[in-house]
Design a protein around this ligand. Sequence first.
Ligand code: EPU
Length: 433
Amino acid sequence: MLKVLISGGSGLKGIIAVKGSKNLATKAIIATLLTSESCILHNVPLIGDVEILLEILRKSGSEIDYESTSTIILNTKNVREALKISHFASLIRVSVLLSGPLLVRTGRASFPFPGGCNIGHRPIDFHLNYLKSAGAKIEYSGNQMIASAEGLKGCSIELPYPSVTATEHIILTAVLAKGETNISNYSKTPETGELIKMLRSMGAKINLADDQISIQGVEELHGVEFTVMPDRNEAITFSAAAIACRSDLQINNFPVDQSASFFGLLDNLGVRYLISETSVSFFSDNKLYKPFFIESGPYPELETDWIPLIAVLLNSCNGAGLIHERVFENRLDFMQQLSRLGMKIRIGKNCPRNSECAFNRNYFHTASISGNQTLTGTELHVPDLRGGAALILAALSARGDSVMYDEGIIGRGYESFYSRLQSVGARIRILES
Ligand code: EPU
């Protein structure tokens, strides 16, 4: 357990660069299971989720070499033992995506219910339904699911929701299944688009139309050299830090073109920023911004991962703003801790403005936040990745000291988060590690 002292009240200053995307790098690593040739991946972030995934691949017989801290060479030709993924797989959400590719490779995959951030129930029914439609048999033994198949076949899937990992799982499996697979109501996130680019470079036949992805299975794929795009969630995290702490901060490697909904929000608020190619600069000012209403939704709508970070910004507004989380039912749980820091938050179950939402009246998924409160340091616990990052930003913008307890959750998704914030002036000290 990390114990971290965060002394708030001073701005950040300098230049910080965004690392590679967690939610693409992990899928790109899984894609290397689809070929027996070597693959080179650049701009891979050094984070816990990547380390766990690489350990699963190593234990299953893959060769993994680091050419530099962010470039890895992977060769999975000797992967044979799907059962070894069990213990580690329960730690990370993305492990569910191993099952389809392993099934195509070895005819059998045994996996536990996947872990990941505690932000909702996060069922995997879309994944299992697809595997069954593609011809897999799924049995349950204790908390293990055992999938087996003698060759998977193409099928047509309409996802009940444009799930990111379900879309990616189907693509990662269908590229080597027999025949054609069609997916409608699919995820259009930039990371999914980049994964498709990587698979096409490996020889996959994937056709993208606005309403459907069509995949023609091929016999084999070949090796690839691929660069992971910068992490949008990290870019928005540093942006929110700059705004909440009234800072002069330049953020390099910013995936500007893929973050349009965030810039739209900043324009509504009246935040001053400057985009120069792949850098975004924020400037210190003491202005109170215009309060706003936001709701999360599938891309290109506002990302659910940004909701906690944007919630902190509502304290820099002159009035009450409203947040409506529509993707993960427990996403707003971390807000109890924001209240302890002094933010004025009223959590509710009723959807605002007749918005379409599955959580109406059932979950605390809306928050009304009155801005311009004085925040004061307190004791905090990292509840989940983005909620934890939001609490760190809020603590940095508060008066006095906060002590943050972190069971390694921040390091699962952000590379060297505390030390990189220190490098731009954040007063953070690791008390115990
Ligand atoms: N859903 C189902 N059944 C399924 C799959 C999803 O009901 O089989 C529901 C979920 O419960 C949720 C909605 O569909 O209500 C959307 O979930 P989605 O599947 O899109 O989320 P995910 O694929 O589990 C990924 C990212 C998350 C990010 C979400 C939404 C990865 C490994 N994770 O999760 O990232 O929040 O998409 O954009 O790609 C993070 O990085 O902190 C993180 C949580």
